[in-house]
Design a protein around this ligand. Structure first.
Ligand SMILES: Nc1nc2c(ncn2[C@@H]2O[C@H](COP(=O)(O)OP(=O)(O)O)[C@@H](O)[C@H]2O)c(=O)[nH]1
Ligand SMILES: [Mg+2]
Length: 576
């Protein structure tokens, strides 16, 4: 294959162009210079070789030698009087373009990159033939002037060359002279003939193009043998010719320019892509900043709600005070004279009853307050969400549902908050250890009052006995004892009331002292509960966060592909 290096670079560039266009599509970048047909068409343009020479010079055989197969018909008689344009086609077929131009499509790989124009001969007299030759010569990459080695000085071809040379400046630079059918001459003759041709060329056209003595027939024969018949191949003179063709293909400035233009266009589009990606990265960074602002706002809102808790908590203290007032009333009743007396005869646990009643009432009051506060928090979140939604729509074009579409109104968190506060309040009351101290006081009181009662009863009994036995000084002794018993009962009653007062005072003091630790004990749970609401609220922004990180992930492979393409394009540039 001729010009392997060139075709490798061209293929690579074509691949890069396809991938650059793909990336441009993905990143929405401007592709204009690469869409310009004039620029990219050059990538697939085949090379054009034109073969000129007299009838029977061996032109068709020369081409078959290059193909390595019998593509062009050869004949002693003029095979055709038409110009034949050999092009690639998946099926072999011929197409008349004009009465003197015929397109011949052949499934030969070589033709994908090279088109060949086989002219019928400079000595053929076909009207209009000249016109066709005029059309192909200027655009051709290479012109083979074919001379039969048997007689390379035929007048008609030399006249034709002179005429074309005058019309087409630069034509000779891309011309080579082929001395075909060299196998018919021996080596010494060839030397003489070559010398003679050089002189003739100098005389007629003022320069000597490269001259290659070859034998198309031997070349074809060599190529059709497997493996290639090396000796025949060398003798055919084709190695030098093919090397020359390769050099022309690789060094063609026009072709190189095409590659450079395509490379420049690809670089431009790559630059556009870079711009788009930078913009996108900036936008995403902006989005992240925006999201951080909103998150900070949510944090601030949480802080605010947690710190407002001092105010709300005075409410919790009030709850405790009002509940303790009720409790004191109950205690006062329980410790009045008759219930106290009754309590000597029936088992009852006043401290336990007091504690559980306090626990229950405080718990339900705290739960109610927590329920109200929870509703308030949900309202605050809802209000805030309605300020966030339009901002996210404006900045990130993300449509978020309203608060109740996006959440269940924080129902579970709300319930958890209430349960948590209820439990905390129970624990807080128990931790106050009101019961322990109270218990001791009651035991002491009972023991003390019992003494009074027992003494009164004993006196009453003794007074009865002495009265019945009429012991002297009757009845003064029994009346005296009765009076003493009554005095003891009065003492009992007075002590019962005064100890009740003492106990109530100390209970009052204890409850008073407990107010602050009680509220403090709830503080931690309350703050955590508030935080729960805002954690759940913050999660609402999760879809936005996800959207941004998805977009970033999407960007990553594009960045990598861009880097790869940039490096490849740089390498191609160095090869050019
Ligand atoms: N010995 C020999 N004969 C050749 C060679 N090339 C062509 N011929 C013969 O020359 C005749 C004309 O060849 P052809 O390729 O058709 O010439 P065209 O008219 O210029 O295309 C045919 O009979 C070929 O067999 C060659 O390299 N060596
Ligand atoms: Mg021919």
């Amino acid at each position: 294959m001729f010009g392997e290096e060139y075709f490798k670079t061209r293929k690579r560039l074509t691949d890069v162009v396809v991938r650059v266009l793909g990336l441009a599509d993905k990143t929405d970048a401007e592709k204009t210079p690469l869409l310009d047909n004039d620029i990219t068409k050059g990538l697939s343009n085949p090379f054009l070789f034109v073969v000129c020479g007299e009838v029977n010079a061996g032109k068709s055989t020369l081409l078959n030698g290059l193909f390595g197969e019998d593509v062009c018909k050869t004949n002693v008689l003029p095979e055709t009087d038409r110009v034949q344009w050999y092009r690639y086609g998946e099926e072999a077929h011929d197409k008349d373009v004009t009465p003197i131009l015929e397109e011949r499509y052949r499934p030969v790989d070589f033709l994908m990159d090279f088109n060949l124009v086989d002219t019928p001969g400079t000595n053929s007299v076909v009207i209009g033939h000249q016109k066709i030759t005029d059309r192909f010569l200027p655009t051709s990459d290479l012109i083979f002037w074919v001379f039969p080695a048997s007689n390379p000085w035929g007048a008609s071809i030399w006249n034709f060359i002179c005429k074309q040379h005058k019309k087409n400046k630069g034509m000779l630079e891309k011309s080579v002279f082929i001395l075909q059918q060299a196998d018919l001459r021996d080596e010494n003759d060839m030397e003489v003939i070559l010398e003679h041709m050089r002189d003739l060329a100098q005389q007629r056209i003022g320069m000597v193009p490269p001259i290659f003595p070859v034998s198309g027939r031997l070349a074809l024969q060599a190529k059709t043998e497997t493996p290639l018949a090396e000796d025949l191949w060398r003798v055919s003179g084709y190695p030098a010719l093919e090397k020359h063709i390769s050099d022309i293909v690789t060094d063609s400035p026009a072709r190189r320019q095409v590659l450079e233009n395509v490379r420049d266009a690809a670089a431009k589009v790559l630059h556009n892509i870079e711009g788009k990606m930078e913009l996108r990265t900036k936008l995403l960074e902006g989005n992240e900043g925006f999201l951080r602002e909103i998150e900070a706002e949510v944090d601030k809102e949480r802080e605010k709600q947690s710190s407002d808790f001092v105010g709300k908590f005075s409410g919790m203290r009030e709850v405790f005070i009002s509940q303790s007032a009720e409790i004191k009333e109950v205690v006062r009743k329980r410790l009045s004279v008759f219930p106290t007396l009754k309590s000597f005869f029936s088992a009852e646990n006043i401290p336990k009853m007091i504690e559980s009643s306090l626990v229950e009432s405080v718990k339900s009051a705290v739960e109610k307050q927590a329920g109200d506060d929870g509703n308030h928090l949900v309202d605050e979140c809802r209000k805030h969400w309605e300020t966030v939604r339009p901002k996210i729509k404006e900045h990130l074009s993300i449509e978020l549902g309203d608060f109740d579409q996006e959440t269940d109104g924080f129902g579970k968190t709300h319930e958890r908050f209430i349960t948590r506060m209820g439990r905390a309040s129970r624990q807080a009351v128990v931790n106050l250890k009101i019961r322990g101290g109270f218990d001791m006081q009651l035991v002491e009181r009972r023991a003390h009052l019992k003494k009074w009662l027992y003494v009164a009863l004993i006196l009453l009994m003794v007074s009865g006995v002495t009265g019945a036995m009429k012991l002297a000084p009757y009845p003064y002794l029994s009346f005296g004892l009765l009076a003493c018993a009554l005095a003891c009962v009065a003492g009992f009653m007075m002590r019962a009331l005064s100890t009740r007062k003492e106990i109530l005072e100390s209970l009052d003091e204890r409850l008073e002292d407990a107010r602050v630790p009680f509220a403090d004990a709830l503080g931690v749970d309350y703050r955590d509960g508030v935080r729960d609401f805002y954690i759940e609220y913050g999660n609402l922004l999760g879809s936005v966060r996800q959207h941004i990180s998805d977009a970033k992930l999407e960007l990553q492979p594009n960045l990598e592909q861009w880097n790869g393409l940039f490096l490849e394009l740089k390498e191609i540039e160095q090869n050019l």
